[in-house]
Design a protein. Sequence first.
Length: 269
Amino acid sequence: MEIVFYILIFIIGTLFGSFSTLAIYRLPLKKDIVKERSFCPNCNHKLGVFDLIPILSYIFLGGKCRYCKEKISKKYLIIEIMSGILAVILFKSLEVSFINVNISVLLDFIYLMIYGTTMIIIAVIDKEKKIIYRPVIIFGTLICLVYMLYLCVVGSYSNANIYRYIIYTVSILVLYILNNVKYHNYIIDLVIFIEYIQLFVNTKNVLITILVSALITIVKIVYEKTKPVDKSNILMEEESEVTELPIAFYIAISNFIVMFAEAFMNIIV
């Protein structure tokens, strides 16, 4: 019975992943992510129900659009699978048995899944566009505020946690406003992003996340320096150094690695 329950959790996670793929494509294009039906980005044909089943649709359609036969990027499949795995990990982190599931546990799970989903959206957009899509951070911050109010109502909080939520939320909003009004700086966006992570993750894991992401960034830089360079594009290579690295993507990946490692340690201990 427990296996069936976690399969259900995995399926729920893939649904969040499916929404993530939609948001990743539409948000940079300023397209609606709620009302407009899903469509093929190549032929613009509206997709049917059987085209939208996470993972299975991709497999049964052979990774191609049913209508124009154009190949579908594997990133959609990867994001859906990773979101399913993330859902199982996050539910396990709540340290409750499936027989003890109640409304409170479900709300905690949804809250964590919203965090995981926003991280995926921010990470992939940064990887593809080299921008940190701040409206997603603001949305996640507002969700955190609602969750904080919920904790106050049910009395399931500590003063330390409430103060932490308030400090990081105010910090995010102040930096967001300053970065919007005066200039738009990627480094400041990174600070906002790290502050956002601290709303959901304890300080120890945030520090480990930063260390792991720094290691990944260094490895990436070393790899780029050592691989053969196309001399015809040497000027472009010189202009695309560290400032062009999708650092938010590396931070998000590092955060997931830390979360997975912690969950794995909790399982085997």
